[in-house]
Design a binder for this molecule. Structure first.
Ligand SMILES: NC(=O)c1ccc[n+]([C@@H]2O[C@H](COP(=O)([O-])OP(=O)(O)OC[C@H]3O[C@@H](n4cnc5c(N)ncnc54)[C@H](OP(=O)(O)O)[C@@H]3O)[C@@H](O)[C@H]2O)c1
Length: 326
């Protein structure tokens, strides 16, 4: 038995509903390992869950992603050993903690070239970019893509990786201060979403050409007008709602906008079993090794400052990823 510190919420609401508790942590059970976590990732889904937009039972922990070292191995675990450096992105909520028991089949062993911090900021977001670029649409050289929130966590990774695959990326950001980060990630041009006619600004930047794929995780504020940026028979990917849930869309509207395809995918079914998860992670680690993927850590917060981390994310203040240090 050891002790651990973790973030708990007993009601849904603003960042202040989160508090840090110290409690006993039992030895790992069958199929589990115990991790000493060294780096915890923040993802925007943590905000949706804290607010109750994606309901969870209460009380609950928060957080999907962390990296650390295996301290103990439970009965029946063969593929992971004490001392391994590992990371996870889909072991159930509760990553905001300094220690945790995690099912071994949710873990991937980190290669030497991937630090704990890189894994904790890259795995969830990078695996999202991985399926968006490989499965939702297999991005080809020369294709034109529109990536919203191109200076954000997923947005930067998606932009860098798509650019490395030979695509041309036009990004959007919510403030001019994020423009440089989006350009540094590889955007050919950046459109300011505060511009009321931002779809027109997008078309001016491309000389009138529309996008083969629009990646939209802003949702409520952008999705309808994202349809105007997609080429005939193009694909609009609605993969999040940072500004609020995306609006309902009648199929006939897709016809009027150019026989478009609309999809709403999620990272979890794309990584549902251990073999697929580890194969996709190997693809991500390969892209990191080639320099095609990296994410800049925009701000760091200790576990005790987790309330400030969520406030910063919701204020759209952070450029790049937020890291929580347990
Ligand atoms: N479906 C999936 O599989 C999946 C997996 C992972 C993440 N996601 C989604 O991908 C998006 C990005 O995730 P992330 O963790 O990397 O977050 P993030 O990009 O670091 O933060 C969210 C971004 O959304 C933009 N935004 C626009 N309107 C906003 C508003 N009203 N409030 C807050 N932010 C707003 C902000 O960029 P600007 O200020 O530049 O607009 C901000 O950078 C989220 O919507 C998330 O839910 C989906």
């Amino acid at each position: 038995m050891s002790t651990r510190r973790s973030v708990v919420i007993t009601e849904f609401g603003p960042p202040q509903v989160m508090s840090v508790r110290t409690e006993d942590l039992p030895d790992p059970g069958p199929g589990e390992v115990q991790l000493r976590q060294t780096a915890v990732g923040f993802n925007f889904i943590d905000v949706y869950q804290r607010k109750g937009a994606y309901p969870l039972p209460s009380p609950t922990g928060l957080g999907f992603e962390a990296a650390g070292t295996v301290e103990a191995v439970g009965p029946g675990v063969a593929e992971i050993r004490t001392g391994d450096r590992v990371a996870y992105m889909n072991a159930g909520v509760g990553a905001y903690a300094d220690r945790r028991n995690v099912p071994a089949d949710k873990l991937v062993v980190l290669p030497d070239g991937v630090s704990d911090e890189a894994a904790a900021t890259l795995l969830f977001k990078g695996m999202t970019a991985q399926y968006l670029l490989r499965k939702t649409h297999a991005v080809q050289p020369g294709e034109l893509l529109l990536v919203h929130s191109a200076a954000g966590g997923v947005g930067q990774i998606l932009t860098r990786w798509a650019t490395a695959l030979g695509a041309t990326v036009i990004g959007t950001t919510g403030s001019p201060q994020k423009r440089d980060a989006a350009l540094a990630a590889g955007c050919k041009a950046v459109v300011d979403l505060n511009e009321p006619e931002w779809p027109t600004a997008f078309l001016e930047a491309t000389g009138g050409r529309k996008a083969r794929v629009v990646y939209d995780a802003v949702g409520k504020d952008t999705l309808i007008r994202s349809l105007d940026c997609a080429a005939p028979f193009g694909l609009v990917v609605s993969y999040g709602g940072a500004s609020g849930p995306p609006p309902a869309i009648e199929p006939e509207l897709l016809n009027k906008k150019g026989c478009l395809f609309l999809t709403r995918p999620s990272v979890f079914p794309h990584n549902a079993d251990a073999a697929t998860f580890r194969a996709n992670a190997a693809d991500l680690f390969d892209a990191i090794g080639r320099g095609h993927v990296r994410v800049d850590i925009g701000e760091r917060f200790s576990l005790d400052r987790v309330v400030e981390a969520h406030e910063a994310a919701e204020a759209r203040r952070v450029v790049g990823a937020i890291l929580i240090e347990p």
